[in-house]
Design a protein around this ligand. Structure first.
Ligand code: FES
Length: 71
């Protein structure tokens, strides 16, 4: 019997340094109307460590932001 390891409620960690999940990034982007990585860092600290997650964080912001002005 296979065990599903996906946790659809908690999401997948996208910033390993700060332990921030994609679900958290999506929610904060939508709720706070985040438009750039700097704003996301202020809200969650995601991306404040090694920077390896920046590309993925920017992608999530683009996909979930209500504006197209992504820096
Ligand atoms: S993985 Fe996000 S700052 Fe290191």
């Amino acid at each position: 019997m296979k065990t599903c390891t996906l946790n659809l409620v908690e999401g997948t960690i996208v910033c390993k340094c700060l332990g921030v999940t994609d679900v958290e990034v999506i929610e904060i982007t939508r709720i706070k109307k985040i438009t750039c990585l700097s704003e996301l860092k202020l809200e969650t600290e995601a991306g404040s460590g090694c920077t390896a997650c920046h590309k993925k964080l920017k992608q999530i912001i683009v996909e979930n932001s209500q504006t197209s002005a992504i820096v």
